[in-house]
Design a protein around this ligand. Structure first.
Ligand code: UDX
Length: 445
């Protein structure tokens, strides 16, 4: 069986390399010639741990190749995976389906034999049925195309692991042959006992958005309680630990902080609301508005804490440690950390930024921030240090590591990863998300 993967971003490049690792011959397809050339040379245009090694291994073995030609893809593949993006439409909450529609039409028109098209992108419910019709309309006479929806749950930073060893496989289709073909594609995971959920198109599409909406809600739930502990006192981490011991709740995704970002959670909850609204169920997903708003208020809180510590942002020097939306990624799409850095700059501060992998991507969006290559350079003479993405090297920081460099001993821990007592004992003013700000001592003589 030969596979194609159409779209070679985070999802597609990982899927293509992982399928080659599983022993298939794979052709990756993208409209961007520069990306295709780089991938063909075994070079990954973004940071993802473990993926460069896999890519090099299989471009060298010849099992993984890349092209910009749909014709070649149509002639090559028995199964075509659609892995192009569905970004948020400019100025709207809905997902932009242009790329998925074009990919399905393109590969259907190029097919030279009976084959299977499998959607992996995150799409509004109802898309798979519509896309199946597009495929049938574009298929050359006499060629039969099966259709399936097989959502992807990979997390950035763990993309290779999640693709090679998924925790579940979900396949929505109306074709027995399609289901059997995908069971062969995923045979190694099935042998290990990975749950395989065979269902209809709508359920498969909804599983993906339901999972992401649930995760986003969990994060905003704990962040809403962070707003409460910021007011009444208390410890948000202990609260999360304590409720997390209840197996029905679970501790994961209950870390309060600057909130969720990235290429999936924010846009997926917005697209879900937009789609469900279109279906006339205006009230059904309205709670996701609140989830989004709680999430955005976390950014305001960090800016507020910085302003409170500095009096006024104008002409202050601020260190921002971390701009990627999460550690082990260079992705800054909808990153709370980068947004905060930009707002501080907008308030008149000089912002020194250090991210172990995301400086380059950040600079494309916010060229006016000052990008440096180490913690030491970032904290040089600053009035406050903000830890906004929990990279390991920031979690490992001790007060003594920074004291020779900073102007003032003030730190905001936006991810609840530092030991407050250690920092306060070393004479630092410490602020955290979910932490009550101590009363300001005004009558100092
Ligand atoms: C997510 C889903 O987890 C994945 O299944 C889906 O396929 C794509 O979207 P990803 O975007 O890679 O994956 O990131 P994830 O690990 O889910 O984190 C999302 C955001 O939530 C990050 O900004 C992270 O910092 C934040 N987060 C996560 C919290 O603020 N608190 C937490 O407890 C967990």
């Amino acid at each position: 069986m030969r596979l194609t993967v159409i779209g070679t971003g985070y999802l597609g490049a990982t899927h293509a390399a992982a399928m080659a690792e599983l022993g298939f011959e794979v052709l990756g397809v993208d409209v961007d010639p520069a990306k295709i050339e780089a991938l063909g040379r075994g070079e990954l245009p973004f940071y993802e741990p473990g993926l460069p090694e896999l890519l090099r291994k299989h471009t060298a073995s010849g099992r993984l190749r890349f092209t910009t030609s749909m014709e070649k893809a149509g002639a090559f593949g028995d199964v075509h995976f659609i892995a192009v993006g569905t970004p948020q439409k400019a100025g709207e909450a809905a997902a932009d389906m242009t790329y998925v529609d074009a990919a399905v039409a393109g590969i259907a028109a190029a097919a030279t034999r009976d084959s299977l098209i499998v959607g992996k992108s995150t799409v509004p419910v109802g898309s798979a049925r519509r896309l199946k019709e597009i495929a049938e309309e574009y298929a050359p006479a006499g060629i039969h195309l099966d259709f399936a929806w097989n959502p992807e749950f990979l997390r950035e930073g763990f993309a290779v692991e999640d693709t090679l060893r998924p925790d579940r496989l979900v396949v929505g289709t109306d074709s027995r042959t399609a289901d059997q073909t995908l069971r062969r594609v995923y045979a190694s995971a099935l042998t290990r006992g990975t749950p395989y959920i065979s269902t209809d198109f709508e359920t498969a599409e909804l599983v993906k958005v339901a999972a992401n909406a649930f995760l986003a809600t969990k994060i905003s739930f704990i962040n809403a309680f962070a707003e409460v502990t910021e007011t009444v006192g208390g410890d948000i981490q202990t609260l999360a630990d304590a409720i997390g011991h209840d197996a029905r709740i679970g501790r994961r995704f209950l870390n309060a902080g600057v909130g969720f970002g990235g290429g999936c959670l924010p846009k997926d909850i917005r697209a879900l609301q937009a789609r469900i609204g279109e279906l006339g169920l205006d009230k059904t997903m309205r709670f996701l508005n609140e989830v989004d708003e709680i999430n955005m208020r976390r950014r305001d809180r960090v800016v507020f804490l910085a302003e409170q510590l500095l009096g006024d942002l104008a002409d202050k020097r601020i260190a921002v440690l971390g701009t990627s939306f999460k550690p082990d990624s260079d992705d800054v799409r909808d990153s709370p950390a980068l947004d905060i850095a930009g707002r501080l700059y907008g308030g008149g501060a000089e912002v020194l930024v250090y991210d172990p992998k995301a400086n380059e991507n950040s600079a494309k969006r916010f060229p006016r921030l000052t990008y440096v290559d180490s913690i030491e350079e970032a904290v040089q003479d600053v009035d406050v240090v903000l830890l906004l993405t929990e990279w390991q090297e920031f979690k490992d920081m001790k007060p003594g590591d920074l004291e020779a460099f900073v102007g003032s001993r003030q730190i905001v821990d936006g991810r609840n990863v530092l030991d407050r007592v250690d920092w306060e004992n070393a004479g630092w003013t410490f602020r955290g998300l979910g932490l009550k700000v101590p009363e300001v001592v005004s009558a100092r003589t």
